[in-house]
Design a protein around this ligand. Structure first.
Ligand SMILES: [Zn+2]
Ligand SMILES: [Zn+2]
Length: 247
């Protein structure tokens, strides 16, 4: 599968990056992992056709991870002429939160007739789910966002890709990341304590226990970006908008 980092920032766009969104092209088709508010902008920078994407997986219900669904909808309705069905998988409550956000920003948009089927699927904690040929296991993490937050472990094309979502350190990250070909891990801070987020020192101390073959840090906040030169480990890289990797 081919991974493209559409956006790699924290909630604040630190470093001029776009908010969280990853694109995966695989034998099972194309899907997105998270859809932050700036996702469409990033998708067009990478020359990706939204109509080829069949599924969007959401980790948790913060705007920098699901807010882009609102712009996705109006683009699908008014520009892309979408007819292909779209499935959005996420925490219980996603459909309701999406509708509230969409109606606040573009009143009436959820009632506009659609030429495509839009289906919401909810995760069950720690229970594998297959959507559009992609097997995903949602691991509960710790990050208050009005609904259960998850790390997501994807199995596709015989490979494993795990994304931590946003979270403070929890032991469930270990089975989520174990043996993964790539573990994309949020790293909001370098060494400063960050409530409900990870810092590099915690990740570094747990790298062997996580047991992933490769680790990519994302969601870096200002203090992490200022110290990025000090983040050094042979298994660890830092995500950049537009970066592509074959997994
Ligand atoms: Zn976030
Ligand atoms: Zn968050």
């Amino acid at each position: 599968m081919k991974l493209t980092i559409i956006g790699s920032s924290d909630a604040f766009g630190s470093g001029g990056r776009l908010q969280t969104c990853f694109h995966v092209s695989s034998g099972a088709g194309e899907f997105l992992i998270d859809c932050g508010a700036t996702s469409l902008t990033g998708i067009f920078r990478q020359d990706i056709d939204t109509n080829n994407i069949s599924t969007i997986f959401i980790t948790h219900l913060h705007g920098d991870h699901f807010g882009g669904l609102v712009w996705w909808l109006i683009h699908a309705l008014h520009v892309a002429g979408r007819t292909r069905p779209l499935t959005v998988a996420g925490p219980k409550g996603l459909e309701e939160r999406f509708k509230v956000a969409a109606e606040a920003l573009f009143p009436g948009c959820t009632a506009t007739p659609r030429r495509f089927e839009l289906t919401f699927v909810s995760y069950e904690d720690f229970t594998p789910l297959t959507v559009g040929g992609v097997r995903v296991t949602p691991f509960v993490v710790s990050h208050p966002s009005g609904a259960t937050p998850y790390a997501l472990r994807f199995e596709v094309d015989g490979k494993v890709l795990t994304f931590s979502g946003d979270t403070e350190w929890v032991e469930t990250l270990i089975p989520a990341a174990n043996g993964a070909d790539l573990f994309i891990c949020e790293c909001f801070a370098f060494e400063a304590p960050a409530r409900y987020h990870l810092n590099w020192r915690i990740i570094e101390a747990n790298l062997d226990r996580l047991g992933a073959k490769s680790v990519m840090l994302t969601h870096l906040g200002p203090e992490a970006l200022a110290n990025r030169e000090a983040i050094r480990h042979p298994k660890v890289s830092i995500a950049e908008d537009g970066l592509q990797r074959e997994i």
